[in-house]
Design a binder for this molecule. Structure first.
Ligand SMILES: [Cu+2]
Length: 155
């Protein structure tokens, strides 16, 4: 029984010590993960595509965008897992983000880090370029092999 109380005593001391250690090691491991975890390879035959929109389509704003994948899995952001990632939509922001580059987060670069596969977009009238860009769990682009670009006209 005394063993128990001794055990819990040292246990709490351990916890305090390890919590302190965790703080620094967590910071460290985040850096390490970012620098040493390579971008997973693009699986053979993998692609992303606009499910409900065609190139040169004329739409009314707001409009729905359904994002499709083939041979790769949609998952939420957070961890780097081979064969998985999440969608991004680039609005008038180029045809793809270079492989390995972290996709910016702004009005022209939408992230779907919860694993969403559809969204609604509102755009002013005129021609717009929409790019679907797939990226890994820490938002690093899979490059142009996992991108798709269409031009649409908002009437
Ligand atoms: Cu992202």
């Amino acid at each position: 029984m005394s063993c128990n109380s001794k055990g819990s005593n040292s246990g709490s001391a351990d916890t305090a010590a390890s919590a302190k250690t965790t703080d620094t090691s967590m910071k460290h491991s985040t850096d390490t993960v970012k620098s040493i975890t390579a971008l997973p390879p693009v699986p053979a035959g993998a692609k992303v595509y606009f499910k409900n929109l065609m190139n040169n389509e004329v739409v009314k704003s707001p409009f729905k965008v359904v994002m499709g994948v083939k041979n790769i899995k949609v998952d939420s952001a957070g961890f780097v897992v081979a064969g998985e990632g999440h969608h991004h939509i680039l609005i008038d922001a180029g045809d793809s983000v270079t492989a390995g580059q972290v996709i910016p987060k702004d009005a022209q670069h939408l992230h779907f880090g919860k694993g969403q596969t559809s969204t609604t977009i509102e755009l002013p009238r005129g021609k717009h370029r929409l790019t679907l860009q797939f990226a890994d769990g820490i938002h690093r682009s899979y490059g142009n092999r996992l991108s798709a670009t269409i031009e649409i006209t908002v009437k």
